[in-house]
Unconditional design. Sequence first.
Length: 276
Amino acid sequence: MADDLLSNPRADRVKAVRALADRSARRRHGRFLVEGPQAVREAVAPGGGCVHELYATPDAAQRYADVLAAADAGGVRVRLATPEVVDAMSADAQGLVAVADLVHAGLDAVVAGAPRLVAVLAHVRDPGNAGTVLRAADAAGADAVVLTASSVDVHNPKVVRSTAGSLFHLPVVTGPELPDVVAALRDAGVAVLAAAGGGAHDLDDLLDVAGRAPQGVPDLAAPTAWVFGNEAWGLRDEDLALADAVVRVPLRGRAESLNLATAAAVCLYASGRAQR
């Protein structure tokens, strides 16, 4: 399963893997880093990512023998390496780091699949937030996630780690402009809801009438795409104007607002519950 132990942290192979933390290197080689046991486990699972190489310390190879066995069964080249080598590749590897092809999904393919729940991130820049929303979308049963132009690179190492493996569970579309995303989803019969603090519709009120919403009121039981905006300024007026409705998450206590990832999780789970 594994070749001889890699022991030189200054080797060209080690430098090449470490370089994938940089966006320009990822674009040039078409590959990215998958760091840590959970993310690597999901990447090498059947139907996961296209993994080319897996590096593991001897201790991690024993502790996560199931991960190495799955990688080996999938034809992934597995290399044992000293802790110094793996740390040189990634400070966040926890003993396991893999190299995989960039994850790509097309917007046309997503809408052709008749999605019922989609998360759209518009100009979201924080990698931790983006990864956490993707993870929440996966947990809520979403059919896809879209990151529009000017959003963070989904292959950024912090985004990948924050998804905890969910990056390999559902289609992720990157790069289209928000008007094009909204038009494609609407043509596919998906209602587009923008999440914003000043929304005309209260999320709890929409849950109360889900499945029997009166005319002019969004029905959370119907196919829905949620649009979430930038962490600092939210959604711009022109972005809000694209949506079929703007929805606010009710704040019962004294908190001024919810952060992006928390608000997204609340909205996505509301739709998931209504559609169940």
